[in-house]
Design a protein around this ligand. Sequence first.
Ligand SMILES: Nc1ncnc2c1ncn2[C@@H]1O[C@H](COP(=O)(O)OP(=O)(O)OP(=O)(O)O)[C@@H](O)[C@H]1O
Ligand SMILES: [Mg+2]
Length: 364
Amino acid sequence: AIDPLVGRLAGERHLLLYRSVFADGGATRQGLVLDVAGLGEHLRARTLAAGALPGASLAFDAGDAASPASGDGYRYRHRFAEPFDALGAQLALAPLDGGRGAGVIYALAGLVAVTGALGLFAVYRMVAVAMAYAERRSNFVAAVTHELKTPLTAIRMYGEMLRDDLVPGEAKRREYYRTITAESERLSRLVDNVLEFARLEKGAREMRVEAGAVGPVVEEVAALLAPHAASLGFALRARVEPELPPVRFERDALLQVLVNLVDNATKYARDAASREIVLACRREGDGVVVGVRDRGPGVASRHLGRIFEPFHRGEDELVRTTQGTGLGLALVKSLVERMGGTVRGDNAPGGGFEVRVALPRAAG
Ligand SMILES: Nc1ncnc2c1ncn2[C@@H]1O[C@H](COP(=O)(O)OP(=O)(O)OP(=O)(O)O)[C@@H](O)[C@H]1O
Ligand SMILES: [Mg+2]
């Protein structure tokens, strides 16, 4: 659970923005400190710099500070909405000769005040975005820790039991061997993903994109992953249209993309009535689309726009029923874009989810 952002003045000069996040039985605070004077400076520069308002001044202060003695001229006090409600702004204008100019200038003054408020709102948005990212990152660390620990614990425990001959019966032993293999696979995929993501973020990932036929690679991957899918009760099929044009891709990157997409399909469609996964290659426009489709529940529309963001997961860490770190699709997107392609995910007509990777046709 996360409390809304709260603003508090710290002394005269600083605004503290913070919120409480409750997770794993504890509470943490996230927040940041804004320098009020600096903020005022920034907003003044933005709103008054044009010099359209001779003799105007804009002051930011604690919202409940008494307003200075009113002199002649025009004053406008503004209080900001939460979480900036501890702040006020005061716009003052030198007295003007009544007349034609004055009305225009007063109108402008109102505009300046509004612009100031908008400036604050922009700051607020930036803060909110940065904090949402920080929150997803910390969710991610929690998830990775969890994801590393669980398989390791299982591998170690089953390994020790097998080593010490504590497992009676061949059937049980086989089950334990299977678990150890499956958990190690999951671990390697996680480690691969984290390393690859770090390389991509650093810009240290070299792509060796070559022109070639993507169909055979997709068929190969399907054959490679079919036994694993079958062990989870899924039928994995490749459907490749004949006579596809050559496209530009890197084999390793495509492999990692498809492994992640098939992993998602087996994870999120595991309770579906039909456990079928289709890897399809179709011609589309100039290039080729590689689609991975399952028959599962798909993605709720409020998540659909965000599933390709790093660390975004469809489920909250506290109540989740599936394992994952929210890295898979972000990696898919980065890799595909580095190959010059595009990717999108949609709920398929007739049920299920399909991620479509569009690869550009090789020139010449
Ligand atoms: N085939 C799918 N069906 C339903 N939901 C999906 C599917 N693929 C992805 N999602 C949703 O998109 C989110 C992001 O997927 P992504 O692969 O990036 O992360 P993850 O599977 O949670 O973790 P990771 O892949 O790092 O182990 C998932 O948490 C899930 O909610
Ligand atoms: Mg995934």
